[in-house]
Ligand binder design. Structure first.
Ligand SMILES: [Zn+2]
Length: 340
């Protein structure tokens, strides 16, 4: 496994105006480059771990380490790769761990949110591209914009074709993140709370929004949660079908602690049910038990009140879900023009 300590990592505020210090011979002056902040190192390590759920990525990252690639963590400015000396593979990756990208298809339909780790992989592909470690003229030739008649035109040039297709293959397809259809449809930068957060929207063949998958990271429990919502299928309460998986930071499944949500249905005094009892009861119930609970509740006046409260909450929740769905539909029809 490759981790942050294998790279020279530094933190800067503005990636667009910042240039790394160089010595007279043109090489990076590694001795004067300041060490990255602890929080940036943590973000980089999280991204590297996530990317290496796919073991093929480790090999790629190892090449970047061997090339002596420097990682510049930026708070502001674009993600980019800077090749340094001609005929030399050591370059620098400018990476902002706090932004992901909203991805749209060619009809500007909103496909989802790509993680910022995905962008790191994109820049890593540039950093190990042997064609970017050649002479100035050869690099220029390699970076020539494709002709509009070329089928690869939407990828701008050879280097971007390589980076976009590799990131799609190694990250998006592997983790179920949205894929970029090209390079010239510019993605829209969005703030993310961690480098591995992502979202995928699903549509049917007629373009109707039918579901989504949301991936989040919890830095307290150090777990990754993936939630699938299926709008075509409903659960017993009439809500969109929801399934959830939780893994550790290395992608290994974690079983939910069964103790935490146990509730004894057989031996319980339903007349002295507290709010937290009800919560535990609902969380640990199967559908039969939920029916039993409903029947028990309506037998007392207080129970009926709680039952009604639950029904109201459910209605409110359904409303919220529908609103969210409408908002995403609207968002998908917005045409956005962005820079990058
Ligand atoms: Zn690129």
């Amino acid at each position: 496994m490759v981790s942050a300590k294998d790279f020279l990592v530094t933190s800067v505020y503005d990636g667009d105006s910042h240039r790394l210090p160089k010595m007279k011979n043109g090489e990076y002056d590694r001795d004067v480059i300041s060490k990255a902040t602890e929080s940036d190192i943590q973000k980089l390590d999280l991204a590297l771990k996530y990317l290496q759920h796919n073991s093929a990525v480790t090999e790629l990252l190892q090449k970047a380490v061997n090339n002596g690639v420097i990682i510049v963590m930026v708070k502001n400015g674009n993600n980019s790769y800077e090749s340094n000396l001609p005929n030399n593979p050591d370059g620098a990756i400018y990476w902002n761990p706090n932004v992901g990208f909203n991805i749209f298809d060619d009809k500007m339909k909103f496909l989802g949110k790509m993680s910022s780790a995905n962008t790191l992989l994109h820049e890593m592909v540039h950093a190990i591209d042997p064609n970017l470690a050649k002479s100035k003229n050869e690099i220029q030739e390699y970076l020539k914009t494709f002709s509009v008649f070329d089928t690869k035109f939407p990828y701008k040039n050879n280097a971007e074709y390589e980076a976009v297709t590799k990131a799609n293959e190694l990250v998006s397809n592997f983790h179920g993140e949205p894929t970029r259809a090209d390079y010239i449809t510019e993605p829209k930068e969005i703030l993310v709370s961690n480098p591995i957060e992502s979202l995928v929207n699903r549509y049917d063949s007629k373009g109707r929004f039918i579901g989504k998958t949301v991936k989040t990271y919890d830095d307290v429990t150090e777990t990754i949660k993936t939630v699938h919502i299926d709008y075509l299928h409903r659960d017993k309460s009439g809500l969109p079908l929801k399934t959830e998986t939780i893994t550790d930071i290395d992608g290994k499944p974690i079983k939910k602690d069964p103790e935490k949500h146990t509730f004894d249905y057989q031996n319980f005094d339903w007349n002295s049910l507290s709010g937290s009892d009800l919560y535990r009861a609902v969380l640990s119930a199967d559908s039969n038990q939920l029916d039993l609970m409903g029947k028990s509740l309506v037998q007392s006046e207080e129970g009926q009140r709680i039952f009604q409260l639950g029904e109201n909450l459910l209605t409110e929740y359904k409303h919220q879900q529908e609103l969210e769905r409408q908002q995403e539909l609207e968002r998908s029809s917005h045409v956005m023009v962005m820079r990058r």
